[in-house]
Design a protein around this ligand. Structure first.
Ligand code: CAO
Length: 428
């Protein structure tokens, strides 16, 4: 047989019409004597109202926002016979958390009661054993009080328990490895420390200023940009014949034209046709450029520099060749001005005068692609009937996979190859 009991708000001293701010149990919860049922908050103190009996919550008669005084019915609980028999009607102590300077009201003394039925996990969560001021403090800290282990009598949560819990959370956060931002955050091993002199004679030479600056930039670009390099070939047989003829014609008057001048011009046209290559990433935004400035890597005794030829789309091959020669000379003399190395959209690194077949050039951030060129070589090419000797130029296009996809890169390279194979296309 079961007995129901209506629990009333106990004597809460001088407090009257106090607003309910939280209901700490739900119908169906098993509660023990002294389990907190409601939280009341007056302008002077926060009060947790404990249960005077153990049982199962069947009906809750108040809701947040209601005002209550001593004697207001709070809820109906169902008590087991033996529990009901032992339950006293007197309300247990209500211990309001006094606000600073507020004297706690007189309360009834606690009454010894039989062991309570085990609280359900749900009830345990909502009815964590803690004083109202501590609950309020935990709410202010954004801490779920039910997660704080209590060290007081009957597991009651003390102020020190809450502080220790918060300290633990802070220490855990400090120990946890910093989460990597999307796409960044390398956790590398320290650089190997080797005593080279143990293995033979050594000399130390400090890095040049340019090499240090270039090294720092290259490291960042290599580490941060997901590089992919597409390799292709261009048949430059006719182009080379034309270039030699041009140089013969301009031997006395004009600048010497190298293959690189054609590559610079052709690249500007390819950027026009494939605008995502003429862009820079700025956070989540792609800045598309309507100007065509092309940098070229120049090898100097002090290190690598990248002078920039501006407005390539508006310049002819002879202009480009003349400007390139000037900038290359300034680079070798260490006399380039900063603005002569700024504003680039795309870079070309040509090792054609030296050798090699293919390589992986490193993108010059914040550009999104770079063209690497190696030495053109005569190769047998099948023309459909016979093998014919053709001058083949190796092209290596590195691109930023955050901005460009492989198919687009392959098209860019193929288009560049078409332009170089048939210079008439530069006019289109
Ligand atoms: N295939 C075949 N021959 C080529 C060629 C190519 N792709 N590119 C140039 N050549 C030839 C030139 O025609 C020239 O021959 P001639 O003297 O018979 O006319 C010779 O090689 C030397 O050319 P060059 O390299 O001096 O001239 P350029 O205009 O091609 O390049 C410059 C100028 C400044 C880019 C170059 O001197 C340079 O510094 N290159 C190195 C760039 C570099 O270091 N890149 C790597 C960056 S990553 O570390």
């Amino acid at each position: 047989m079961t007995t129901t009991k209506t629990l009333l708000v106990p004597d809460i001293g001088d407090f009257k019409n106090v607003p309910v701010i939280e209901i700490l149990v739900r119908p169906g919860d098993a509660i023990s004597i002294e389990d907190a049922l409601l939280t009341l908050e007056s302008d002077k103190a926060t009060i947790d109202v404990p249960s005077a009996a153990a049982g199962i919550v069947r009906q809750i008669m108040v809701k947040p926002g209601d005002t209550v005084s001593a004697g207001t019915p709070m809820m109906v609980i169902e008590m087991a016979d033996e529990v009901a028999a032992a339950t006293v009607t007197a309300a247990p102590a209500v211990v309001p958390a006094a606000a600073p300077g507020v004297v706690a009201p007189a309360v009834a003394p606690p009454v010894p009661l039989p062991a309570a039925p085990t609280a359900s996990p749900a009830a345990a969560q909502r009815a964590a054993h803690a004083g109202p001021s501590l609950r309020k403090f935990a709410r202010e800290l954004g801490i779920d009080i039910t997660l704080v282990p209590g060290s007081g009598p009957k597991g009651r949560i003390q102020r020190e328990d809450l502080i220790a819990y918060v300290k633990g959370l802070t220490a855990d956060a400090a120990r946890a490895p910093a989460p990597a931002a999307p796409g960044t955050g390398l956790q590398l091993l320290p650089w190997p420390q080797v005593d080279f002199a143990r293995f033979g004679p050594v000399r130390s030479e400090p890095l040049s200023r340019i090499r240090k600056i270039a090294g720092a930039n290259l490291s960042r670009n290599w580490a941060m940009i997901p590089h992919v390099t597409n390799q292709d070939e261009a048949d430059v047989t006719e182009l080379e014949a034309f270039r030699l003829q041009l140089n013969r014609e301009n031997e006395k008057s004009g600048p010497k034209v190298s293959l690189l001048a054609f590559l610079i011009k052709a690249s500007a046209l390819a950027l026009k046709k494939f605008p995502t290559f003429n862009a820079s990433l700025d956070g989540d935004t792609l800045v598309m450029k309507d100007y065509f400035n092309i940098g070229f890597a120049a090898d100097t005794p002090h290190g690598l520099v990248v002078p920039v030829i501006r407005g390539v789309d508006r310049k002819g091959i002879l202009d480009i060749a003349g400007e390139m020669a000037q900038l290359a000379q300034l680079a070798r003399d260490g006399a380039l001005k900063p603005e002569q190395m700024q504003g680039g959209c795309f870079s070309i690194s040509s090792l054609g005068g030296i050798g090699g077949t293919f390589f992986t050039p490193i993108i010059n951030a914040p550009e999104v692609a770079i063209l690497g060129v190696c030495k053109a070589a005569m190769k047998p090419v099948w023309d459909g009937g016979v093998f014919v000797p053709r001058l083949i130029l190796p092209l290596s296009l590195s691109w930023d996979h955050r901005v460009v996809d492989g198919a687009e890169a392959a098209r860019f390279n193929a288009f560049l190859g078409q332009l170089l194979s048939d210079m008439r296309r530069l006019l289109l």
